[in-house]
Design a protein around this ligand. Structure first.
Ligand code: DGL
Length: 275
């Protein structure tokens, strides 16, 4: 592989700030890689969209990222990974990776009674249950769709008592089943860790699929001889909604205020015009 190809960026996308939990993991495990981050904030949340809409968004974003000559794409979004990855993976000629299988593999290493909290679309797709049972048919899986979490996080209401109350409601059926493991089935949810920890017995293991995904990315880069050993470029952030809002919200998780550009995908423009 040429040095030039190795230096190309990894494109990662999410509906909003959730993908930053994957970005942080990339910084930790693969500090030499340059990243292009795409947040489709004009159309979030994805988790209450139909599968046809999600597939359409994923196509648009992939086209856009590939147009920027990324060497690999990570779906830093479980909803897209659950509903679109299998379909699109073979249609593009660059590696595209998602969170479900790495998350499922990590979960079965930890426990036998596995709870998954996810967006309604991810929970309804049953993707986690299938992947977990494929990894280990002898575990039990309970999935809960959590429609309010992403809007609350995107509105920066993490410390609102209402968020705690909602979390209590979502966890109740899982606590009833005495889960020993809880999977963050949405990349936004690791931000809820303090709340979730306070509601769960301390013996319950929390699984962040981003950690396992990035391990898979490291192996894949090595296998394809695509690792960058040169100095990485600064991360570029683009969003379809308000760059300022994204930058302000991200500060608490990135530790710096990112420079964020607004981009328009053709369909986003079309959607805005049709309102
Ligand atoms: N963070 C994404 C996920 O992992 C999308 C959440 C949403 O927009 O509903 O599913």
């Amino acid at each position: 592989m040429t040095t030039e190809t190795k230096q190309q960026r990894i494109g990662i996308f999410d509906s909003g700030v959730g993908g930053l939990t994957v970005l942080r993991e990339l910084y930790k495990q693969l500090p030499n890689e340059s990243i292009l981050y795409f947040g489709d904030t004009a159309r979030l949340p994805y988790g209450t969209r139909t599968s046809a809409e999600i597939l359409q968004f994923v196509y648009e974003i992939l086209e856009w990222l590939i147009g920027k000559e990324v060497k690999m794409v990570l779906m830093a979004c479980n909803t897209s990974s659950a509903l679109a990855l299998d379909k699109v993976k073979s249609e593009f000629n660059i590696p595209i990776l998602g969170l479900i299988v790495p998350g499922a593999n990590a979960a079965v290493e930890r426990g036998k009674r596995i709870g998954v909290i996810a967006t309604p679309a991810t929970a309804a797709s049953d993707a986690y249950r299938r992947a977990i049972l494929e990894a280990d048919p002898f575990v039990q899986v309970w999935q809960v769709g959590c429609p309010y979490f992403v809007p609350l996080i995107e509105q920066n209401q993490l410390h609102d008592p209402y968020t705690y109350q909602i979390a209590q409601e979502y966890l109740a059926p899982l606590l009833q089943q005495h889960i020993d493991t809880l999977v963050y089935g949405c990349t936004h949810y690791p931000y809820l860790e303090p709340i979730l920890r306070s509601l769960l017995p301390s013996s319950v293991e929390l699984v962040d699929p981003a950690i396992s995904l990035v391990k898979v990315v490291a192996k894949e880069l090595e296998m394809l001889n695509l690792q960058n050993y040169k100095q990485p470029k600064p991360t570029e952030f683009v969003v379809t909604g308000s760059p300022q809002k994204f930058a302000e919200l991200s500060l608490q998780w990135l530790g710096y205020t990112p420079i964020v550009q607004k981009v328009s995908l053709p369909a986003v423009l079309g959607q805005a015009l049709s309102i």
